[in-house]
Design a protein around this ligand. Structure first.
Ligand SMILES: NC(=O)c1ccc[n+]([C@@H]2O[C@H](COP(=O)([O-])OP(=O)(O)OC[C@H]3O[C@@H](n4cnc5c(N)ncnc54)[C@H](O)[C@@H]3O)[C@@H](O)[C@H]2O)c1
Length: 268
């Protein structure tokens, strides 16, 4: 069997209604997976699932706020009950609040961390409880956490966001080592995109273009192009293909690793 095939696998993709998450949903369903899309954007999530079903691909939508522990418990329970298991969790949902460190508030900090860090922690916790031996599915699995190049290097206007992604990067490695040591059969890896053409990618440019930073869209675009050897933003499907590799059996010996997909940004 093709080791990239996702036949017989059940995947949950958080924030799967739009952007990178939606591209991941496309890749995994096209490879044969049953994909549960979870998101707070109900209209876009339902539309995405309907669109895939119309193409004879397997998908369903669940409304789910990743910052809620109760919703994580009920979402994982529903995915397992409705689909007979859970093999892949893509912790993709995330938010960016840009701005100068000195202007950002403690409320901004807590909001970003509640989604980007607590959401990933809760996802790994409840997925591991279900995937590990003796859990409600108990057949191991693969967890992919969306971090960012901002979790590895500094950029202006992204201090809280970047630090939340650094937390995801470290938590990924700790979970991977712990789960492997305990023989759970659960791999955990992080993916680190550079700027990607999605609504959040637009927010990155807006922050850089603000009066307190570079002062114009042209200057912001120039800086981004200078930072990226390939001179362009990534496309959502270019991130999704890496996630597909990590979700599939093609990456059976890969755990605790961080994968940049950034047009050369962090190689400079
Ligand atoms: N776009 C980029 O430039 C870029 C770069 C590096 C990393 N990332 C990361 O990739 C992931 C996806 O980013 P994107 O660009 O597609 O963002 P996006 O803003 O385009 O989409 C994010 C999705 O997450 C959903 N979401 C937000 N809060 C949620 C919550 N509390 N619970 C459930 N769903 C929620 C949104 O409704 C949306 O559908 C994020 O973790 C982001 O930090 C993005």
């Amino acid at each position: 069997m093709n080791s990239y095939s996702m036949d017989n696998k059940v995947a949950l993709v958080t924030g799967g209604a739009t952007g990178i998450g939606a591209a991941v949903v496309d890749s995994l369903t096209q490879a044969g997976a049953m994909v549960v899309i979870s998101d707070i954007n109900v209209a876009a999530g339902k539309a995405k699932a309907e669109d895939l079903k119309a193409k004879n691909l397997r998908a369903e939508f669940i409304e789910h706020d990743v910052s809620s522990e109760a919703q994580w418990q009920s979402t994982i329970d529903k995915v397992v009950a409705n689909n007979g298991g859970l093999d892949v969790l893509v912790n993709n949902a995330g938010i960016l609040i840009g701005g100068l460190l000195a202007d950002l508030s403690i409320e901004d900090f807590r909001r970003i961390y509640s989604i980007n860090v607590e959401g990933v922690f809760l996802g790994m916790k409840y997925a591991a409880l279900a995937m590990r031996p003796g859990g409600s599915c108990g057949r191991g699995g693969s967890i992919i956490n969306l971090s960012s190049v901002a979790g590895i290097v500094g950029t202006p206007g992204e201090s809280i966001y970047g630090s939340s992604k650094g937390a995801v990067r470290a938590m990924t490695k700790h979970a991977a080592v712990e789960f492997a040591t305990l023989g759970y059969g659960i791999r955990v890896n992080s993916v680190h995109p550079g700027p990607v053409a999605t609504p959040m990618g637009g927010q990155v440019l807006e922050t850089l273009a603000s009066d307190k930073l570079l002062g114009s869209e042209e200057a912001a675009m120039q800086l981004v192009q200078n930072l990226i050897p390939m001179k362009r933003f990534g496309e959502p499907h270019e991130i999704a293909q890496l996630v597909h590799f990590l979700a599939s059996d093609a990456s059976a010996y890969v755990t605790g690793s961080e994968y940049v997909v950034d047009g050369g940004f962090t190689a400079m």
